[in-house]
Unconditional design. Structure first.
Ligand code: FAQ
Length: 317
């Protein structure tokens, strides 16, 4: 459980936020601010960890040694992101054990996007291009969020996500410029990953229960719909460059708004996945439960080693 920290006057706290002063772990903060951060950062960490699974599925089947090395490095980066984020959440008084227990018990959320299957190699390109592309758009503003450890963790994560997005786009480019069969694979991957990538940005602003308060506290700097729009505006010209068609008949440039208009998102599909009933929810959770069980001996060995070699003893040796 999160420990309640030093309490603060909400008005004074808001003044600090408005003045752009970063909140640090030992600072006074309202309990609700602490709880919101624990919720968002732990969900974010779980997403990075579960997010390794769809791509990990293709490490042994990558089409060349070079592709395999790149994919392996990318998946390892995602593991690292999960660890920085668990560490950032721990500064708020929650333990890593508690966060992982909540994930494995199905109580904690992780991003809806990772509950879809990766059916072909082109899906690895689509994930890098669209999923990491969405992640960057969401996460670059978080580098400026009000909570210091979260903002700082996000700087390195964003640098790595940029590389991930480029590698995904490059896979899509290779397939799009390849044989007719390869181009069809790229189009099929875009067809399947487009709408889930839009959903990844969360419910529409009118249904987003946390956005207003999170924006006031500068945990979120832009709303879900604003970031979704940014993603669409950025990605449509990239799809055109690839010669691929975005699967949305209503997608159209709106010169008055200066943005692309796009079709209705299937919010029933989104809710179904968030409630645990997507195509791969059970499989993803089961994979994490097995990994945790099979890794028990590593945790025990690390704890035994730490007991035998306390930090102080090592330093003075
Ligand atoms: N999936 O009121 P809001 C990545 C939940 S990292 C599942 O709008 P909020 C890297 C939400 O938790 C991807 N649940 O919530 C990578 C809340 O439920 P609660 C993850 C969702 O927090 C790439 C409820 O709906 N990124 O991709 C989703 O203000 C490739 C109401 O929603 C982050 O976590 C969803 N998509 O806004 C890794 C970024 N959306 O908690 C491997 C940081 C909403 O009340 C391979 N997070 N919900 O039970 C955020 O910016 C926010 O938390 C949002 C949601 C925007 C995700």
């Amino acid at each position: 459980m999160a420990t309640a920290g030093i309490q603060t006057n909400p008005d004074e706290f808001q003044e600090r936020i408005d003045a752009g002063i970063k909140i640090e772990p030992k600072d006074a903060m309202p309990d609700a601010y602490r709880k919101t951060l624990i919720r968002q950062i732990s969900q974010h960490a779980h997403s990075e960890i579960v997010g390794q699974l769809p791509e990990g599925n293709w490490i042994t089947r990558a089409p060349s040694l070079k592709r395999k090395a790149i994919l392996l490095a990318k998946v390892q980066d995602e593991a690292g992101h999960g660890l920085y984020l668990y560490s950032a959440a721990e500064t708020l008084g929650v333990t890593r054990e508690q966060m992982i227990e909540d994930l494995l018990a199905g109580k904690a959320k992780y991003s809806s996007i990772f509950n879809y299957p990766t059916l072909t190699w082109a899906d690895i390109g689509a994930i890098g291009w669209l999923v990491d592309g969405s992640a960057i758009i969401n996460q670059i503003p978080i580098c400026r969020c009000s909570y210091g450890p979260y903002a700082r963790a996000m700087v390195r994560i964003c640098k790595e996500e940029t590389f991930h997005q480029r590698q995904g786009f490059e896979i899509m480019l290779t397939l799009s410029r390849g044989t007719a069969e390869q181009k069809a694979m790229a189009q099929d991957a875009l067809n399947r990953w487009w709408w889930p990538s839009l959903m990844m940005h969360g419910p529409s602003d009118k249904d987003s229960k946390h956005s207003a308060q999170s924006m006031k506290w500068k945990i979120k700097l832009f709303s879900n719909d604003e970031l979704r729009q940014k993603f669409v505006d950025q990605t449509v010209p990239q799809a055109e460059f690839l010669g691929l068609t975005i699967p949305d008949k209503e997608l159209k440039w709106n010169p008055e708004r200066g943005h692309y208009d796009f079709g209705q998102i299937d919010w029933d599909e989104f809710q179904n996945i968030v409630q645990g009933n997507g195509p791969c929810n059970q499989e993803r959770l089961q994979a994490r439960i097995s990994a945790h069980r099979d890794g028990a001996w590593v945790r025990e060995a690390a704890a035994a080693y730490a007991q035998k070699h306390p930090r102080g003893a090592r330093r003075s040796a």
